[in-house]
Design a binder for this molecule. Structure first.
Ligand code: PGA
Length: 255
């Protein structure tokens, strides 16, 4: 059975920056600024295109590399896709799956479930994203929505593998909006998600193995509250991860 990771903070650079040069400069500044930090696992998820330059630079061995997406097959005629094996060759260890920005352009729960399985098969930690729209939140439908996303996303995951999966709660309405979720709501949602997973595996003690992360308009001001008040084990940071000083402050706030 897997054990929960130490605190985990994931930088999701999305489709930024625009060149290898900028990506390397950002990565180097983070690596330098975090070189003495031992309490938190920091994962940087650049665009696929910038992963080789970062790896070949040999910098930042204190940071881990993740991908923002991947395909589920190992190789073959899949135009435009990137496989787990290709990423693994670059030392990638984590992969964000089912991000709200991908769900919005049509990625389905069925596709996400296949990717989660493929990630585990190659030895990655899948970061399974779940989240609800503002309408779902306001109407109370959020719990059904999250339960469904979790049930589908974890369909091919065995109980003993749960320690190798991270669950990211990122409310759609909080991603890239500066409208972060309050710690109380975030806590209630975490407990609900962990209870739901306990139900799927018929194991009420499963929460000790679940690596729960929060994402959505995280800043250095609110970062600590998700860990200390809402009980998450870590964060995923989008916009603020492109500002190295702010990102380092966020990491220190959860350490
Ligand atoms: P954001 O992105 O920090 O820019 O809101 C969060 C996310 O990608 O989930």
């Amino acid at each position: 059975m897997g054990t929960k990771a130490k605190r985990l903070v994931v930088a999701n650079w999305k489709m930024n920056p625009k060149s290898d040069k900028e990506a390397l400069a950002l990565f180097k500044e983070l690596a330098e600024g975090l070189k003495d930090l031992k309490e938190v696992d920091v994962v940087v998820c650049p665009s696929f295109l910038h992963i080789p330059a970062i790896v070949y630079s040999g910098k930042g061995r204190n940071l881990q590399l993740g991908a923002q997406n991947m395909f589920w097959e190992e190789k073959g005629a899949f135009t435009g896709e990137v496989s787990p094996a290709q990423l693994s060759g670059f030392g990638v260890k984590y992969v964000i799956l089912g991000h709200s920005e991908r769900r919005k352009i049509g990625e389905t729960d069925e596709i996400i479930a296949k990717k989660v399985r493929a990630a585990l098969d190659v030895g990655f930690t899948p970061i399974l994203c779940i989240g609800e729209t503002l309408d779902d939140r306001n109407s109370g439908e959020w719990s059904n929505r999250l339960n469904f996303q979790l049930r589908c996303g974890l369909e091919n995951v065995r109980r003993e593998e749960m320690g190798n999966v991270a669950i990211l709660y990122e409310p759609f309405w909080a991603v890239g909006t500066s409208r972060a979720c309050g710690a109380k709501e975030a806590r209630e949602t975490r407990l609900f998600a962990e209870d739901s997973i306990g139900g799927f595996y018929n194991d009420p003690n499963i929460s000790k193995d679940i690596n729960s992360l929060y994402g959505g308009s995280v800043t250095s001001k609110n970062a600590g509250s998700y860990v200390k008040e809402a009980g998450y084990n870590g964060l995923l940071v989008g916009g603020a991860s492109l500002d190295p000083k702010e990102f380092i402050k966020i990491i220190k706030a959860v350490a």
